[in-house]
Every structure is written in C-alpha cells, then in structure tokens.
Design a protein around this ligand. Structure first.
Ligand code: ASP
Ligand code: MG
Length: 423
C-alpha cells in the first residue's frame, strides 16, 4: 500500500489533471490511497466567500461562490463525457450544501463558518478527478473523508481523534481496496461527532496523507509537487537554491517548524512513528528521482535557509524593575496558550522578555492588551525571521546584508536572526 498526495497546483488545470492520470498509469498494480487538495487557489477563494458571509454581505458571498462553482463546472465539462452526469450530481450536492448556508445569517463563530464553506474545495476537486480517472479507465473509488476523519470542534485547526479514525479506516477504507486499487479522498478536512465539517489548518492535506499512511501501515508516502523535490531555500526567492536528494525526519521537522513551506509541520510525526519514508516528487516530470525523507542520519547538508516575513516583536518590560522570574514567564506562556499563538523566538533578560510571533494582528493586539496587566508592552512590526541550519559565516553575512538585527540566537547547528531592512 502507498499513499499519494496531490496538492492544489497538481490539479489546477485540465492538463495537470491529465498528468495525474499519467502518473497513476505508471503504478498499475499498486494499491494507493490518494489524497487530493482543492484545485489551485480555490481555498483562498472560498476564504473570501466565508469572510463576505460573516460580514453580512450575503450577495457578495453568493457571487464569489458562484465564481468557484463555475470554475469547477467548466473543468468538469472539459474533462468528462460519459461520467459527466454522475459527477455533476455529486458536485451539485456540495454546491447546495454551501449555498443553503449562505442564505442563513451568521450567528456562530467565524471559524465554524469558515470550515463549513472552505471544505467544499477538496470535495469538489476529488469529485472531478475521481470521475475523470474512471472515465479514462483508471478504476477508483471515491470517499468523503468526513465519514472517516473524526475531529474535535476546534474549527480551523481541528485535532484528529486517532482511535475513532483508525476504526473507520479499517471498516470503511480497507474494504474499498477489494473493489479497486485506487481510493480517492480529500485532505485537510474532517468532521466532528455532530457531523459538522472541520479543517486541519492551511496546507493540511500533507498531514491527512501522513495520518492515512500511518493508519494503513503504508510502505511509503509520496507528495507530488511542482518542484524537483526539497530545496535548501525557497526557489521562488532564491534562484540558485539547491536540490537535496535525501533528508531525515528530524531535519524536515526542524525546517517546517522554522517556517519552510515545503511540508506541513504535522506531517512528519505520523510517518516517523512507523518509519514510513516520505518522497517528494515532481508531477511535471515523474522520471526525476525527487527527495526521500527517512530515519537515517544524513551528512554534509548544505546551509538550509528559511525566511519568515511578517513577524511582530513584543517587548515586555517589568513595570517596577522587579526581576522577570518564573511567575511572569509562566503567566506569559499561559496567555500564549490561551490566545493560541506560538512564539517563534523568545529571549528573557533580567527585567524584560522579548517574544517574536507571526503578525496576526487580532492575536497580537489581544496578547499585548492582556500582557499589559503585568508588563510595560511595546510592539514592533514588519520584521523578518531568518533561520539558517548548518550555517557558515559567509552565508549568514550575505543574508543579513542591508538589514538591522533586532535579535539573534544561535546553536552549533542553527542560527536565527530577527531583522529589519536598514533605513
Ligand atoms: N487546500 C488547502 C490549502 O490550500 C489544504 C492543502 O492544500 O493542503 O491550504
Ligand atoms: Mg496546497
């Protein structure tokens, strides 16, 4: 058994969906669970629908959703002939689910509505891809992952109930493999025990695939992307980024933690726990070897560069010059947990603490306000957090040129610098 994950970019056009078929043809006798994301930028478009709806702009929400709908219908019309009606029936069901909701008035939290609306993206994309594959003779079964992946109701960042989900994998997914070698389902989404849809956090499909790989005891998981494999820096920002042919779980979990956009940070644990190798391969050229991520030590890695823009630095100063002891530090961590925001970097001094966080304005404001009960608070914005693993002085100097450094932390393996362009 293998698990494949196709991201939004790999199903964003007719030609690319045809490439997916081509890839699957080269694994004729494999049992593969296939997790697919929403097409292209659909998730962003659906986020806009959710925002309009929540702000009581019903007409705008309906219009924005209509555009998403038309996009999918156009794609389905191009790809399907014999399976068009069957697919249309399935898609219509998901369109109606959202449209009904859009005719209501928002009375619950934004995050709840976000999940009920945004989940449509993966349901629509998998509906179309599954029908297309069946149409071109690649036999597959489709399943609504919300019947399998049970979560809590922490909308937009839901946590998976492993025991329940494992039981469903055994009782609902395994039997599907008796009918066909390929089972297609959605990443990123799940449902509560009240049948409310949930999402697992942006880019969460990698994680869904890893959960299935773990629960199915897969031989491997493959993430199909539009790049050669994992690079030592974001190739969009650094044209001379280098390809890395193999990596281990630790390295990748560190990269993801520091903000590398390669793989969703939660993906590694389910794989590591069962020693399942993760391949990152290019769907534009399936003959390229890709990157393999495993348990073994890897030596001589190049410097790995991760740049995280839009950082806020919060300076907390004790009001009366009393030391920042365990109590204020504990209070601060409690606040961070309550607001559900993770510090990216933290430094404590005698009478001050500095915390670097992603600049999510509503959260930063909440935190600053709450912290002002214990501290003098100052917030600085527009910073960039640079992390280099396996750094050397030359690469560090090159990366910080033209910047003023606000904070720096280093270990023998990793250097982190919080910086601002010099004015
Ligand atoms: N469609 C979701 C997103 O764009 C999940 C994913 O692609 O992994 O974030
Ligand atoms: Mg994606």
């Amino acid at each position: 058994m293998k698990v494949f994950k196709f991201g939004g970019a790999s199903v964003q056009s007719i030609e690319r969906i045809q490439l997916v078929a081509d890839i699957l043809r080269s694994y004729p006798n494999e049992k593969i669970l296939i997790v697919i994301s929403a097409m292209g930028k659909t998730t962003n478009a659906l986020e806009k629908v959710a925002e309009a709806f929540f702000n009581n702009h019903k007409e705008e929400a309906l219009q924005l959703f209509e555009a998403v709908k038309q996009n999918h219908l156009t794609t389905a019309k191009y790809l399907l002939v014999t399976h068009y009606n069957e697919a249309l029936e399935r898609l219509s069901h998901f369109f109606t689910e959202v449209e009904w909701l859009l005719h209501d008035k928002p009375v619950r939290d934004f995050d709840y509505y976000y999940d009920q609306i945004v989940c449509a993206g993966e349901l629509l994309s998998t509906g179309i891809v599954s029908a297309y594959l069946n149409e071109v003779g690649i036999d597959n079964s489709w399943i609504d992952v919300r019947d399998i992946v049970r979560t809590d109701n922490n909308f937009r960042d839901a946590n998976i109930d492993w025991t329940f989900t494992q039981q469903k994998v055994n009782s609902e997914i395994l039997p599907l493999f008796e009918d066909s070698n390929l089972v297609i389902t959605q990443g990123f989404i799940g449902a509560t025990d009240d049948n409310e849809s949930t999402t697992l956090g942006r880019e969460g499909s990698d994680y869904t695939a890893a959960v299935f790989a773990n629960m199915l005891d897969a031989d491997s998981q493959t993430i199909w992307k539009d790049v050669e494999g994992v690079m030592n820096a974001d190739p969009k920002a650094f044209p001379d980024a280098q390809f890395i042919s193999d990596l281990n779980y630790t390295e990748v979990i560190e990269m993801a933690y520091y903000g590398a956009q390669v793989i969703h940070p939660k993906t590694i644990k389910p794989l590591q726990n069962k020693g399942i190798p993760l391949q990152v391969k290019c769907f534009l050229d399936k003959t390229l070897p890709g990157t393999i991520i495993h348990n073994k030590p890897v030596k001589n890695l190049p410097p790995i560069i991760v740049v995280k823009p839009q950082q806020a630095l919060i300076h907390l100063h004790s009001r009366d010059f009393s030391f920042v002891g365990e109590k204020p530090v504990a209070d601060l961590y409690e606040l961070l947990a309550e607001i559900r925001i993770k510090p990216n970097l933290m430094q404590t001094g005698a009478v001050s603490i500095q915390v670097c966080l992603d600049d999510r304005p509503e959260k930063i404001e909440k935190l600053a306000l709450a912290a002002s009960a214990f501290f003098e608070v100052e917030v600085e914005k527009g910073l960039t957090l640079l992390t280099i693993r396996h750094y050397n002085e030359a690469i560090l100097q090159k990366m910080i040129a033209g910047h003023t450094i606000e904070l720096r932390q280093q270990s023998p393996e990793t250097v982190q610098v919080l910086m601002l362009p010099t004015r």
